[in-house]
Design a protein around this ligand. Sequence first.
Ligand code: SF4
Length: 538
Amino acid sequence: MTISTAIQRPKVIIRHCESYDPEVIRGIIRESMEELDLRPSGRTLVKPNVVIADKLFPHAYTRSEFADGVLAALRDRDDGQMTELAVGERCGITMPTRFAFKNAGYPALFRKHNTAHYHFDEVSQVEVPLTHPGRLRDYVYTPEPVARADFFVNLPKFKAHPWTTVTFSLKNYIGIQDDRHRLIDHDHRLNDKIGDLQEILQPQLIAIDAIVAGQDRMLTPIPFDMKLIIIGNNQVAFDATCSRMIGLDPRQIDHIRICGERGYGPLDFEDVDVTGDVTFDEAKARAQGFRTGLIRVEKYFEGTKIQAYAGPPPEEEYTDYCWGGCPGAIEEAIEIIRNIDDDTDERMEPMTVVFGAYDGPIETRTDKERVLFIGDCAKWRGDIQTPSGGHFVSMESLYKERVHLDPRRSAFSGIYKKMGKAYWNLFRRRKEKAMRLTGCPVSVAEQVLYIAEMGKTANPYFAPDMIIGFNISYVAWKVVIWFRRLFGRKYQIERFPESERGNALHGPKAYLARYRPPNTIETPDIEPGHLSAQGDLS
Ligand code: SF4
């Protein structure tokens, strides 16, 4: 089978948008869809980034006014072929997505636009096989509405990220997995995982909320006024352009480079058509000074009450630092605590944290200060030096190679189980100089619990503003799961049939129907069933 010359050149449209006015946003998205010659069809699924939302986290998520404009534009462009308009997301783990949607103001949108909405943590998860070279495993799971989508709209927030430098469209795919599957490979191979998730499906439309972007980190970002909406039709071209806008070479951002090298889209500027009412240079000028994440944990905590040491994770041949796992999670955890209490750093008890196979000396600043080894791969042996002498400690690695983790059998414990485990562990080890926090990765939520308890800081889980709403949503989440089980709806579906998949581009090498990487010599075998949405094969 050969590919015709009708392969599209990826396009990125840069538009000025003064404020979060849904009508203005609607017009910009509608005009961009006209320019991209896109009309929604079949099951149309919109995936925003609502990782966390609350008045304490105002810049962490795709704003509801933005989604409002996009949903209206999709209705405007519908010529009768759209059978369902839906919004779906899995927010940050351990939190009910319905809680995040509510805090972000999304339920009013669902009513206004008469859309379905999917909490991805409350629907069945279906298996998607992977066959591409370099994959981490042979199948991944994704929520059923994602697998069934005919027209997929990716609606990220323009943000920095401590694990992956930035989070634009490619990284927004972490939210198309539920908790138990999201954490698998969310470690030093996170960038490869993001690459693998691209096989699940590709969006026809991408629109990023860069009206007020978020710099420094992803859950508690510092606002950065850009007054931009960026629209595109190819994720690599899109992310590469956004990276260049903030002065970064996309080849130096691993997940973007990997997706580009795998052929999902072009990394080079000259292979992308950039249009819009804001020139690329003007957009670059607006983005000047935008700060990204990716700071090693030792440096991040320099001069604070937390002293950090980090050694390499397993599979040292890939990297000497676990960018996708525990060290980045503690940076987000401390910012959440700081967010609810401005005096955190003054009031906090000093503590030392250790990651990976660190092999240098460990020294505490006071006799009382304890040492927390974070993550299954943390290991160390020797005398911890304190002002009054040495304490011998021996920590062996508990890390299990990824081949032993099976997505079909993965389990996940909710926040209350985590809390119980954390408090029991802290109580049992209260007299020990050093203790371990198990997991690979150890989530932001667990690290918040340990830091709050050991550092004697405020605990966000007990913040009065959150506690009632969180618990109502949590109970509703569990009741929905329980009812689904009662009526025989499986939570996890193995071998989901290809005939049930939607028309959004997916499957081995199917991305080549829209973009052929330079120097592609081999003609790929593309199954016609994967191409009904926008491939043009002959
Ligand atoms: S335990 Fe944590 S630091 Fe170690 S490999 Fe896993 S995610 Fe990375």
